[in-house]
Design a binder for this molecule. Structure first.
Ligand SMILES: Cc1cc2nc3c(=O)[nH]c(=O)nc-3n(C[C@H](O)[C@H](O)[C@H](O)COP(=O)(O)O)c2cc1C
Length: 388
């Protein structure tokens, strides 16, 4: 199998990775990459996190063609029927992005802005996303930043109502899948200086959204400015969500930018290790934690198949990458195919750090066992969630 992996890696370098690579992985290696996002079965765990890489139809079609499992649309800022946006400060144009090295990995400088075109334009993209999803091409998930009040203020329900209904109508049948974004820039905002306020948002927002349409809801939990214990409290507070995206980027208060890289993945894995200890060395679980833990989707600092497995072993059924799909072209081994295809090629087939190599290693170490002759990606997260 190792020899076959080396051959496949070379072979797919020079010709674009086939869209249906999960079938090949199953036949050639007896590895079932099936994963899950928001209760939907997907052929493998790798999706694109919300951001600049899912702004238009062309990007979604190229990603569907590449065989990406899912794409989360850029975050739109909620509005009411008259077009008023209480979070308007985020609906402005992103300055030019810079891809750079940070802490031994890559990061993209990002101030944390949302969708900067009209809401109608966003609805048009959601319609296209619904069509691609129904056609089984790729799972598309819109993302929204709704009003977040101060502790003594009420939620602006008019924004929740108008935006949620409009998205559900544009999406069509069946159920709308939705991500609620608690952006990392909030960590730099005075609004996010208060723990009680953040916990109230996480507790109350799912019901505020669900009051207006049938949705399956993922809450993207930010990395707050507080310690790991508070990060766990946030997860506990968001238990009403169907899925949690764990965790959005870190915030550099000095530079006023959100950042990622190894510092982000280390923090995320450390906190996740306390939720679903699995066999993470040196990590003690939080007793009695497991509040019927929602499905988890990992995000942050993922730049290899091995890192995907680290998230899976701490309970994640899928992962959402952004930075890794933005690297300079010569960072990928493949010389053919779209950026998404080149990234997927490396994440899955890299003979040392890829998903296949990593799963074969876990089998060798007795962490993962074949069932009816196959290794299953989802067995890793299932095992992490098992009480010990
Ligand atoms: C340029 C850029 C724009 C982003 N925009 C959004 C956004 O609009 N909404 C959101 O929830 N996350 C956004 N993110 C966060 C990503 O979806 C992702 O969770 C985060 O970057 C961590 O993953 P990574 O380390 O693979 O980049 C953005 C990230 C980048 C780099």
């Amino acid at each position: 199998m190792r020899a076959q992996l080396a051959t496949d890696f070379e072979r797919f370098k020079a010709r674009a990775l086939p869209r249906d690579f999960p079938s090949h992985v199953r036949e050639a290696y007896g590895i079932d990459l099936t994963a899950r996002y928001l209760g939907t079965t997907i052929p493998h765990p790798i999706g694109k996190g919300s951001g600049q890489l899912s702004l238009n139809q062309g990007q979604l079609e190229a990603d569907a063609e590449a065989g990406l499992a899912f794409a989360v649309l850029k975050t739109v800022i909620a509005q009411d029927a008259a077009g008023a946006q209480s979070m308007a400060a985020w609906a402005i144009h992103e300055a030019k992005m810079r891809v750079e090295r940070r802490g031994g990995g890559w990061t993209v400088t990002w101030k944390g802005r949302g969708w900067d075109r009209s809401f109608e334009d966003y609805l048009a993209l959601v319609r296209i996303g619904g069509d691609l999803t129904r056609a089984g091409q790729i799972l598309v998930v819109p993302s929204v930043k709704y009003h977040l009040p101060r502790l003594d203020e009420p939620f602006k329900d008019s924004e929740y109502a108008f935006t949620t209904r409009a998205l559900a109508t544009a999406w069509g049948e069946p159920l709308l899948l939705l991500e609620k974004d608690f952006s990392p820039t909030l960590a730099g905002d005075e609004l996010a200086g208060e723990r009680a306020q953040i916990l109230r948002w996480l507790r109350e927002v799912p019901a505020r959204i669900r009051a207006h349409a049938a949705v399956r809801l993922a809450v993207k939990v930010m990395n707050a400015r507080f310690d790991d214990d508070f990060q766990l409290e946030m997860v506990r507070a968001a238990a009403a969500a169907d899925a949690l995206v764990v965790f959005n980027r870190l915030f550099d208060a000095k530079q006023g930018v959100a950042y990622g890289g190894p510092e982000l993945s280390q923090r995320n894995l450390r906190v996740l290790g306390r939720l679903t200890p699995g066999d993470s060395p040196g990590i003690t679980s939080t007793p009695g934690f497991r509040p019927g833990l929602a499905e988890l989707s990992g995000t942050g600092g993922i730049a290899s198949g091995r890192m995907i497995l680290e998230y899976a072993r701490r309970g994640c059924d899928s992962v959402q990458l952004h930075t890794y799909f933005q690297l300079p072209q010569d960072e990928y081994a493949a010389t053919e195919g779209s950026r998404t295809q080149r990234a997927l090629h490396q994440l899955v087939f890299d003979p040392v750090d890829g998903l296949i190599a990593g799963m074969l290693d876990l089998e060798g170490r007795g962490v993962l066992e074949r069932r009816a002759g196959e290794l299953h990606f989802l067995d890793l997260s299932t095992d992490a969630h098992r009480p010990r």
